[in-house]
Design a protein around this ligand. Structure first.
Ligand code: PMT
Length: 222
């Protein structure tokens, strides 16, 4: 970055998947590798921010210059860690793929196979981190992601509104797109604007995302 567009700001970034335990050996997870969120955290450091990274279960090294990293496993743990870190943050960027549901109970012992019968898992809803933040009277500038396999624009615009976000970064996922890959493509939506960030590696894309977030932050909270 030529000028340090986030100098003096505290930024919290979430990254990676969450794992919702079924029993001591099994869980419900998703394909997020954490690459996008880690690239966003690194770009925010390069833009001069003080960055806290809340990471789900990933196997990635902490980018240089990160002020604090907290590793969590479940959506409930990520919710608690983000709420604490975001209490005095200027910007929260939710790149984590947070599980929407968890098993209503975690079995203490490994579930045994019952041959010939179906097994039903009962799932209950997890708290929504972005919605919890936006419900607070004062909260950071909120940037969400939307991972969609179809109707990307309409679902992303719906999430922008419903979760009370300042910016949403939408990506098409599935069939080798979005998750796990080195490259991605994003479309940013905010009230009254759109920006297309065409396919590029996640490091380059994260830098462009941070440029836009800094510009929107200054426009709204400047
Ligand atoms: O990690 P990679 O392999 O690099 O892949 C990157 C990515 C595809 C995971 C990333 O670019 C991305 O899209 N992340 C968001 C994935 C997601 O969970 O999207 P969603 O549409 O289900 O959720 C929308 C937003 O709400 C997200 O900002 C999410 O962090 C947030 N959310 C979701 C559920 C919940 N309980 N709390 C939340 O805050």
């Amino acid at each position: 970055f030529g000028d340090r567009v986030l100098a003096g700001l505290k930024v919290v970034v979430s990254a990676g998947p969450t794992y919702e335990d079924i029993d001591p050996v099994r869980f419900i997870g998703n394909r997020s590798s954490g690459k996008m969120g880690f690239a966003v955290a690194e770009a925010a450091v390069q833009a001069g921010a003080q960055v806290t990274l809340i990471a789900g279960p990933v196997s990635l090294a902490t980018p240089p210059g990160i002020a604090m990293r907290a590793d969590v496993r479940s959506a409930a743990q990520m919710h608690a860690a983000v709420m604490e870190a975001a209490a005095d943050a200027d910007i929260y960027i939710g790149a984590a793929a947070v599980g929407d549901y968890r098993p209503n109970a975690r079995a203490d012992n490994k579930l045994k196979k019952q041959s010939g019968s179906e097994l039903t898992l009962q799932l209950i809803e997890n708290p929504d981190i972005l919605a919890s933040l936006s419900a607070q009277q004062t909260h950071p500038f909120l940037v969400g992601f939307a991972a969609e396999t179809q109707n990307v624009e309409s679902y992303a615009r719906d999430k922008l509104q419903r979760k009370g976000l300042d910016v949403i970064a939408a990506n098409q996922v599935g069939d080798g797109l979005g998750f796990e890959t080195a490259d991605n493509a994003l479309t940013l939506y905010w009230a009254g604007g759109v920006a297309e960030l065409p396919r590029a590696d996640k490091t380059a894309l994260a830098r462009q995302l941070i440029e836009h977030v800094a510009a929107r932050y200054k426009a709204v909270r400047g």
